[in-house]
Design a protein. Sequence first.
Length: 215
Amino acid sequence: MADSLGNFFVEGGSVMYVILVALILAVLIAVERFYFVFFRFNINGENFMRKIQQLVEARNYERAIQLCNAVPRSALAKVVKAGLVKAGQDPRDIQNSVDEAALEILPKLTKRTGFLQVIANVATLLGLLGTIFGIILAFKAVAEVDPSMKQVVLTKGIAVALYTTAFGLIVAIPSMVAHALVESSTTKIIDEIDEYSVKLINQLAAKSQEDRQTA
C-alpha cells in the first residue's frame, strides 16, 4: 500500500506535492470549522430559547443569565445574554447590546470557511495544470525523444496527466462537501441568532412597558 502511494506521487510529478499541501490545509481547516460550528458554538436553539422565554415571562432575568452562562461557548447564548443584562432598560439600549454581541460573534462563525471553497478550486486547477504538463511530456515523447525512450516518456506523460487530475479531484470534492456542510450549519446558527434575538428584544420591551404601566 505504501509502495503504491509512493509510486502514485512519484509518477504524478511535482504538482502532486502541491496538491498534497492543499489537502493538508483542507483537512486542518475542515476539522477546526467542524469543531467550532457543530460543537462549540452550536446548541439546540429552540429548547434553549423556550426556557429563556419562560424565565423572561416570569421576570426571572438572573436565572435566565445563569442559563446563558451554563453554555458560555454558544453563539446564541452570548447574544441572548447581551440582551438580558439590559433587561428593564430602554429598548434601544437592549437592541444596541444585542447588535454589538452579534457583530462580535458572527465573524468567528464564518472565518476560514471560505478557504475550503478556495482550496477546492485550487486543487481542481492544479490537477488541470498537471494534465497539461503530462500532455506536454507526451508530445515531447513523440516529437523529440529517442525512439528507444519514447515508450517510457509517453507513459510518464500519461501518468502525470491522469494522476494529477485524479488527485486534484480527490482533494476538491471532499473540500466542497465540507464547505457546504459547514456553511449550512453556520447559516442555521446565524438565522437562529437573528430570529431569537428579535423575539427576545420584543419580549423584554413588552415587559418593560408593563412594568412602567403598573408602576
